[in-house]
Design a protein around this ligand. Structure first.
Ligand SMILES: Nc1nc2c(ncn2[C@@H]2O[C@H](COP(=O)(O)OP(=O)(O)O)[C@@H](O)[C@H]2O)c(=O)[nH]1
Ligand SMILES: Nc1ncnc2c1ncn2[C@@H]1O[C@H](COP(=O)(O)OP(=O)(O)O)[C@@H](O)[C@H]1O
Length: 209
């Protein structure tokens, strides 16, 4: 049955598990489109341009913003991040769901955009700040200074938790993934998103005539 595409927003303090959970969700449902953000942050080892991020210069980023090509954009940890509009609109018109890994500023802007009615927003908390720091260190991709900066920013990101539809505590990965799947399954079944349901019910009732 036809239904409108969802915009699934995942936010969390850095290191709580958004990237890991997004990858698991995409493996579970390959029909999900991942919104590849543009960023001026340098690539981490293993990150592929065009797959994890579109890595660009500040000038290239500004040109995309000026050209109206960004659905939202924000500065996070001193770097610019933004969501290219085109792929989101393509996925929406095909009835595909899109997954966004954006911070609270991105979440607010997408929620307040013309596409806001299609948003399902999920905030991921770490079980503790000590565990958050341990995860950032274990990831082994950021310097001590970068980790300290991210830990310092974690409280301001967490302070936006109540703006989200769902809040998960990512203690056990398997359990959090199962919770995400449950949210997606339920949200896809919402009556308001099932644009083909009117016709289906009409046909059902016509069987009696
Ligand atoms: N507003 C906005 N935030 C983004 C976007 N892409 C990534 N972010 C956020 O930027 C922050 C830093 O991301 P990143 O450098 O990949 O670090 P990580 O969160 O530790 O993996 C995270 O909070 C992301 O959710 C985007 O397109 N827009
Ligand atoms: N539930 C969890 N338990 C233990 N480690 C986790 C869990 N979730 C994520 N991690 C690990 O924590 C680190 C940070 O996760 P990541 O997905 O990169 O976070 P984010 O994208 O939010 O910055 C990674 O090394 C990841 O493997």
């Amino acid at each position: 049955m036809r239904r409108s595409g969802l915009l699934i927003i995942l936010s969390s303090p850095s290191g709580a598990g958004k990237t890991t959970l997004s990858r698991r969700l995409m493996a579970w449902d390959p029909s999900l489109a991942f919104s590849v953000s543009a960023t001026t942050r340098p690539p981490r080892p293993g990150e592929v341009d065009g797959q994890h991020y579109h890595f660009c210069t500040r000038e290239e980023f500004a040109a995309m913003v000026d050209g109206g090509q960004m659905l939202e954009h924000a500065e996070v940890f001193g770097n610019l991040y933004g969501t290219p509009r085109g792929p989101v609109e393509t996925a929406m018109s095909a009835g595909r769901d899109t997954l966004f890994d954006v911070d609270w500023q991105g979440g607010q802007q997408i929620r307040n955009s013309a596409l806001g009615q299609h948003v399902v927003s999920i905030f991921v908390l770490p079980p503790s700040l000590a565990e958050l720091e341990r995860r950032l260190r274990n990831r082994g991709q950021d310097s001590d200074a970068v980790i300290a900066g991210r830990m310092q920013k974690s409280l301001s990101e967490i302070s936006h938790w109540a703006e989200y539809d769902f809040v998960l505590i990512n203690d056990d990965l398997d359990r959090t993934e199962a919770q995400l799947r449950a949210i997606l399954t339920a949200e896809r079944l919402r009556r308001s998103r099932r644009i083909g349901m009117g016709d289906t019910v009409r046909k059902l009732m016509e069987e009696r005539q």
